[in-house]
Design a protein around this ligand. Structure first.
Ligand SMILES: [Zn+2]
Length: 612
């Protein structure tokens, strides 16, 4: 209780609202997180000279704290300054038997961490069991080798979405619960609704976006589509996933039932003319309170002038509803048809209004998710609709908005503001539409080849980096952990096009990085692994009176690009070290649905490789 009181006192001093904080970021992927749930730093709060309390427990050996699949590659990173020898061994915990011996690979000067490291490759270990790696006087965390080793991670990270539900009571067990929140909404004047329409409107669900309680169509679009793509690619792993949600046992698999909770809210933000309002949030971020205690009005917010809806939100809704139409049809044909109709209507609206950007109207300081280039969103919506319907007008629009041929844009990991890779990939994966003799085989082949080239570059990076991830040093910016997860998504799509064990391994290497094979020895998913981080920038975790945070949430991760007031106090260190486990540090330790979604995708893939 004493520790809780200390936490409570700390939050008494936390001030909500960061609408006036200016953050200079050069990647638009992160612009929209600007000010997302910011807090003002109080000078009396704890010193931030130490990078992370986790580092004090660092064993000098860094590996995936949740373990490895029997048939997959297994590598650990050893900091050479702490290891007295380059010989390593693997010992079985049960009987202390040495089951494998080897030597570290050549020394690597790892630019991202500043460490000189060696890699212990113990991939030859395939027998099920619990083990420890020992190198020159160091012993690693204990880790399992098992076929179902990532099942818990998949369940936790997907159940985290249940924990983000808005408009209903939530109960994840172990005290992680809250009564229904944000029961009523209202149209903000910027939405263009007036008179009787501007009164209260019922809450239609959705997921709280991040550490704050807002809901944003643009971010929901990519997050939800990522989850539905995972469903399409890994149906076995996700079909058997039991989430223990109120809808369990109904006609939908649990996974699709959870995703529908957010789809229903997205649909509720579509106006009669097909356009979609940009977001539903309060005027400013609330204090660090539980969701049911947030008394600020949840407004449907528009652009402030005709046509009031935004192109980005409308195109993203069109894209994700087209995906949903495919996914839900076998289980609920009527709902799938509703999604498809909404998608078509939204797409028609974007044709009529292709360039309506969004900026926060006066008096609104929540996340903007603004985007100046909307061609990729329209291309994505068009490609998804073409894939779902095979209708030529959608393909024509895709080809008009997505550069192809000599102008094909190099493939990179997608983000909420950059969805062109999604457009390309769904076009290239449109098997049904292509089977009908439609589509351009040359464009499809070019997309596949460009994806393979991008994957090859990531694989090369993974081999060169001391900690085995695919991030370049310049990519340690706001939300870098989600970039790693989305790079794994890219690798897995490439593997879909051209099956390649190296791509699958590199994708898993990012999972290992996120779950402990990093220079801080931390697992960046709450309640997962030996040393998960403890202090996400996440209001329920801070306000619920429980010491441990809500489970299954991915931290934004190291950020060398600038951010919050806690960040400003950090010493300048190599980029992977620019992280601190502090709930005030929203530029390093917030959580977000668009960060958890690619991790779920990656874990779904990992759970599909249990026999490899
Ligand atoms: Zn809510």
């Amino acid at each position: 209780m004493a520790r809780f009181e200390k936490r409570a006192m700390r939050f008494c001093r936390v001030l909500a609202g960061s609408g006036h904080m200016m953050v200079s970021m050069d990647r638009r992927h992160f612009l929209k997180r600007m000010g997302a749930a910011g807090v003002a730093l109080q000078p009396a709060l704890r010193a931030t000279g130490a990078v992370s309390p986790n580092e004090a427990f660092s064993p000098g050996i860094f590996l995936n704290q949740t373990g490895y699949l029997p048939g997959a590659a297994k590598k650990a990173t050893v900091r050479l300054a702490e290891a007295a020898s380059k010989d390593f061994l693997v010992r079985r915990v049960a009987d202390r038997t040495v089951v494998l011996r080897g030597k570290l690979g050549a020394a690597i000067r790892d630019e991202a961490s500043g460490d000189e490291v060696g890699v212990a490759d113990f991939s030859a270990l395939r027998l099920l069991g619990e083990y420890q790696l020992e190198v020159g006087g160091l012993a690693s965390d204990r880790f399992p080798v098992a076929a179902e080793v990532y099942a818990n991670g998949l369940r936790l990270t997907m159940r985290a979405f249940c924990g983000q539900r808005c408009g209903c009571a939530v109960d994840l067990g172990d005290g992680y619960k809250h009564p229904a929140c944000h029961a009523d909404g209202a149209f903000h004047p910027s939405s263009g609704q007036s008179g009787a329409q501007a009164g209260k409107l019922p809450n239609r669900g959705g997921w709280h976006d991040a550490g704050d309680y807002g809901r944003y169509i643009v971010n929901s679009g990519l997050s939800t589509a990522t989850l539905l793509w995972a469903w399409e690619l890994y149906p076995a792993a996700l079909g058997r996933l039991a989430l223990a949600i109120p809808e369990s046992g109904g006609k939908l698999p649990d996974y699709l039932a959870e995703v529908r909770w957010n789809l229903e809210w997205m649909l509720s933000l579509q106006d009669a003319d097909g356009g979609v309002w940009h977001k539903q949030t309060s005027e400013r971020f609330c204090a660090f309170v539980m969701p049911q205690d947030d008394q600020l009005t949840s407004y449907v917010i528009g652009t402030g002038g005709p046509p009031f809806k935004s192109t980005g939100a409308t195109a993203d809704l069109a894209a994700v509803m087209a995906v949903a139409a495919r996914c839900y049809d076998p289980y609920d044909h009527a709902f799938a048809q509703r999604c498809l109709a909404a998608s078509r209507k939204a797409w028609d609206w974007t044709v009529a209004h292709p360039e309506v950007q969004f900026e926060n109207p006066p008096g609104i300081s929540t996340g903007g998710y603004g985007d100046r280039d909307l061609g990729d969103e329209i291309a994505w919506a068009s490609a998804e609709l073409w894939r779902s319907t095979g209708e030529a007008r959608y393909e024509t629009a895709f080809l008009a908005h997505a550069p192809t041929g000599d102008k094909l844009v190099a493939i990179s990991a997608p983000g909420w503001g950059g969805v062109l890779p999604m457009a390309y990939w769904t076009y290239a994966m449109a098997e049904g539409a292509m089977a009908e003799g439609k589509g351009n085989p040359a464009v499809k082949a070019a997309i596949r080849n460009a994806t393979q080239a991008a994957a090859a570059a990531l694989i090369e990076r993974s081999c060169r980096n001391g900690y085995g991830n695919t991030l370049a040093p310049r990519e340690y910016n706001w939300g870098s952990n989600s970039v790693a997860a989305n790079q794994s998504l890219l690798l897995l799509i490439a593997n879909r096009f051209h099956p390649d064990a190296a791509a699958r391994e590199a994708a898993l290497d990012n999972l290992h990085y996120l779950l402990g094979r990093n220079c801080l020895g931390v697992s960046w998913v709450t309640q997962l692994g030996v040393r998960p981080f403890q202090h996400p920038h996440h209001r329920p975790s801070a306000a619920d009176g429980i010491e441990a945070p809500w489970p299954g949430l991915l931290s934004g991760g190291p950020n060398a690009g600038g951010g919050d007031a806690v960040w400003a106090k950090l010493p300048k260190l190599p980029p992977m070290r620019m992280w601190v486990d502090d709930e005030r540090a929203y530029s390093m330790n917030e959580i977000a649905i668009n960060w958890n979604a690619p991790l779920v995708f990656l874990l779904a893939a990992a759970n599909s490789q249990t026999t490899s």
